[in-house]
Design a protein around this ligand. Sequence first.
Ligand code: SF4
Length: 948
Amino acid sequence: MSKPRAPLLSAGADETVKYTTCYMCACRCGVAVTVRDGHVAHIEGDPDHPVNNGVLCAKGAAGVMQQVSPARLRKPLKRVGERGRCEFVEIEWDEALSIAAEWLGKIRAEDPRKLAFFTGRDQSQSLTGWWATQFGTPNFASHGGFCSVNMAAAGFYTIGGSFWEFGEPDWERAKYLLLFGVAEDHASNPMKRGLGALKSRGAKVVSVNPVRSGYSAIADEWIGIRPGTDGLFVLALVHELLKSRKVDLDYLSRYANAHWLVIDAPGAADHGLFARDDMGRPLCFDRKVGRFAEAGAKDADPALAGAFPLADGRRARPVFALVAERYLDSSYGPDAVAERCGVPATTTRRIAAEIADVAFNHTITIETPWKDCWGRRRETFVGRPVSVFAMRGVSAHSNGFQTCRALHLLQLLLGAIDCPGGFRFRPPFPRPSPPAQKPAGKTVAPNTPLPGPPLGYPTSPDDLLVDGTGAPLRIDEAYSWEAPLAAHGLMHIVIANAWRHKPYAIDTLFLYMANMAWNSSMNPAETMRMLTDRDESTGDYRIPHIIYSDAFFSETVAYADLVLPDTTYLERWDCISLLDRPISDADGPADAIRQPVVAPDRDVRDFQSTLLELGVRLGLPGMTAADGSPSYPGGYPDYLVNHQRTAGVGPLAGWRGVDGKRIGRGSPNPKQLEAYVANHSFWRRELEPCQRFFKFANLDYLNFAVDMGFVASRDPLVMQLYVEPLQRFRLAAEGHGSRQPPDRLRPRLIAAMDPLPVWSPTFEDETDRADSFPLHAVTQRPMPMYHSWGSQNAWLRQILDRNALYMNAGRAAEMGFEDGEWVRVVSRNGAITVRIRAMDGVQRDTVWTWNAVGKRAGAWNLNADAPEAVQGFLLNHLIAERLPADCSGTRPLNADPVTGQAAWFDLRVRIEKLSAHEGKTAPQFEVIPRPPGLAPAPAINSFGGRVQ
Ligand code: SF4
């Protein structure tokens, strides 16, 4: 650790430098913050920090301006007028917490499900989820269902980890990188550093994305694919690899379930399940001895092809035989998929040949002895240096789960997961796939915690949260037949369901950092109406209470009954925990804290401490001692040090034990936060060289992982080419078992819950919309902004303060549109007025725009005529949370049928000429007045920490 850097030294000024963790996007870089006379004066990257090594992006530097944002909330607010009009009075914290505790205490005593608690960009989900568990409501989730749960769930069910925080390309060694739909705000500095390293070594970067923005712009090759067809393209690559026999069979049978036998008995209740021995262990067929053997046996020589008679006369086939049979079919050939994907067959063949060449002819060997799970000593790590990385672009479709599975299939066939040069897990991953945790909430009782966390990973219909009639038990329909593997919940359906009182009425909607009255909802106009709608018979709001916590005056503030103002990230203690989404890299686990670098100059409190205090007022177990006093009287920092989720395992892994010498497990250390602060607010443990690869079957690593509490045993973690739990849902849809889906969902479950990756058109593409809505419409995040926070920041607004609808220049000319023309964009859900801009780097049938730049007039304390309000817009107005009614008259969710992920990239539109326009975007809404306590925005926000 280098010495703390010298302050900037302004004559006569009182300056210090404090190290903390950035929160201007999700990457969690280390930053050095110069504080001058008690104000944030300057932010730069921390050269010692493992995430960014000193690199700082525009967003990170602009954290200075978050501290002087005129949109910062200043004091708790209580609604006194109509909802939506921002008619509040300022109140004291004690009154605010008393009101919240009264509402919440009443419903906890009656029916805890009447609380729906949803959070947005919350980085403290291990706390918020635990709080919901202790409260006793299953109605909890963060924003993942709106963002990338397909990516996470597909990874956790397939390989025991996922892209993004859970793994990374081997930046040092990869020779070929395939990028799919990467969202720049989600993979910023670490990705830029990695891409720089990779390209400087001459590695090839191929970007598959309908839009050539961000990382696609620096890729060596851009494949402008049609939205929603990535999975088909990937399976065509799989077809080519199988056809040319460029597949790592040893890897597949050693580390994946390629050799496990699948019962082949169509119509039987166990068709498609694994053949198992008497102890329930999956079987393979051992060619060496000519009989069945336990699939994990050390010395078996498993068959990967053929069919083998079981004792009962039926037959079973190895998973790999099913893989080969399916994907060698000509329907997956490059010629068959070319038109649909918009990718020439020659391109697909060439990419497949290139990755096969790199993987099999340019292997990497690292001379390091290690021991595998079966006790065999190995002398080297051999890697296939093809890396794959993906994010929301492929995920936010109604076929996203299976598309993400297809990506993992491609990686597995190459043998390119957690090897030198491949995609590598970041500890605490990999973990067993699927994870053992099941969602709690089948039964809920007054004043009683749930028996486990509300979010988890079902493995059969028995794990669903549905009642005897099949109706959802959660307000967001997560873990119902419409979204069986909804590992992150379905935030986008909460308000609509709460308004409909379906599946039941709730009492309190509790939101944190989730701008659900605007850019975090589909169809915001209808959402705003629902939030203000009253029951005709009683005159009461249909959603009786709304509590909202945020640091800023977002659009959603106006709809709250009670506002609990949060601090900024520079004003609080915080934790980036291994229990949640840590900052580890592939060579070592790491976590971090935030420390307050300045004191709030407003009457605000960090939400996490507020939540703990509410827990005490409600008497929640874990937060309240036997005598009713707080378990964590020091608030969130007290919790960070002293909370133990399991014996010896707490939010922070570093400097545990009374003497601070333990890591991972150990009793609480009262000086733990001091140790973090002294180490620039992070902790990291470098893995030994022998622990760094093939972590799923590396005994040296797994011994460490067990000691740290990452996994429960040293058994190998077998990756699942074939996901048996999916087949269990499919069997139910075919009529087997006691838990049965509604008839209307059977065909879709049979199609979607395929245990092998499968591609199907998105729901919007299923019906031919070429005439009515010929264009796909998607969004991208601008690299300098992070959701709606960034687009109110005075410095970042100077980079981008409005958005346009971008379309292919050639296509625009053919359609008679000019660059800069105002147009009407129509979907089946509505219409918006926007300006179009022509560009070359976008697929011909696709239009796109920057997400969350458009703001409602008046919100965020921007001027009512701010460019964001009158020249900015959201595509959300064109998207509904439900699809048109099916043959049963039911409107299905506009979501992936496996996970419930919001399918907002499925959108189809047409563009129409306007005979006249007002020079501003539409729709426009009534200007939101400023809430009390916020001064009018200054004409200029000054650098250096003062509002002029
Ligand atoms: S990449 Fe994200 S976390 Fe890192 S400095 Fe930029 S905004 Fe902050």
